[in-house]
Design a protein around this ligand. Structure first.
Ligand SMILES: [Zn+2]
Length: 291
């Protein structure tokens, strides 16, 4: 058995044809370990954007990659995957790992978009290293632990690693694996990548909790007064709750307050949006008292 720990960098791009966003892969990094977890090979390449979009400021800042660099040294996604498959040689004896399943979902999305396939051809066995390590770096919260936070908890000296470049992150994740290795547990966490594995991967139910998420339609963040029919003014700033985003609106003319909750759940093939309102009586009364 060999292990390949893979890390991808991607740029969130709106694609008209999909009427939605795709995480276009811009860098692939991976290390290959033998059975004794010794590094025997590494892979790194930049991927040129084919969707013609510039890197978001956030990605540029995070990865220190630039558009110029990607355009001059990047290759197409199809080429990158050809080279990567060659590098793997026979992938049937490889267990693949990524930190969290976000990278593998994005990879599958890129395969569907650029190669029109519903599977990742070289993937036979897979472990989500994040959930594998979760027990070891047990935290009180159910929040998923980031790679560097987990590495730090395991006792890895982070100063030797550059963060957020694909190869460096895969080397760091490989070190996490070495420090937590348990062959029985590896067996338990290994998924066989059959059709149902890929179907599960494609099925999304993600509650959006970041107000700056580009997938959120801000045009919905409004509220009409039931009494006079005019648009109400924002009374308190939007904030995230367990169930979505919440705010209070006011109609100054009618002295009516309304609490608005919007929930965005990203599903396979679309977005489920629920908006609910509640007249905020307690606020109305408080306002009346003041008057
Ligand atoms: Zn009104």
């Amino acid at each position: 058995m060999r292990y390949v720990i893979m890390d991808l960098e991607w740029n969130n791009v709106y694609v008209k044809r999909l009427k939605g966003y795709i995480n276009e892969i811009i860098e692939v990094g991976a290390v290959m370990l033998d059975e004794s977890l010794t590094e025997i090979n590494s892979f790194s390449c930049l991927v040129k954007s084919q969707l013609g979009r510039k890197l978001s400021a956030r990605v540029e800042e995070l990865t220190h990659l630039t558009n110029d660099e990607l355009n001059s040294s990047g290759i197409t996604f199809q080429n990158a995957m050809d080279q990567f498959s060659d590098w793997l040689q026979d992938p049937k004896d490889i267990i693949f790992m990524t930190w969290g399943n976000g990278d593998i979902r994005s990879l599958l999305d890129n395969y569907r978009f650029f190669m029109q396939t519903e599977t990742i051809p070289f993937l036979h066995y897979y472990i989500d290293l994040q959930s594998y390590c979760q027990g070891v770096v047990a935290s009180q919260t159910t929040n998923q632990v980031g790679l560097s936070a987990a590495a730090e908890k395991i006792g890895i000296d982070l100063s030797q690693f550059h963060n957020h470049r694909a190869l460096d992150d895969s080397i760091l994740a490989a070190e996490c694996l070495r420090r937590t290795f348990d062959s029985e547990k590896i067996e338990r966490y290994t998924d066989t990548c059959d059709d149902s594995f890929f179907r599960r991967l494609l099925f999304k139910t993600v509650l959006l909790t970041d107000l700056d998420d580009p997938k959120i339609d801000k045009a919905l963040f409004r509220c009409r007064c039931d009494h006079c029919g005019k648009d109400m003014d924002l009374f308190s700033d939007w904030f995230s709750t367990k169930n979505g985003f919440r705010s209070v609106f006011v109609c100054h003319d009618c002295k009516i307050y309304k609490r608005c909750t919007i929930r965005f759940v990203e599903l396979t093939g679309g977005m489920d949006i629920k908006i609910s309102y509640r007249i905020a009586h307690e606020l109305t009364e408080a306002e009346n008292d003041k008057a």
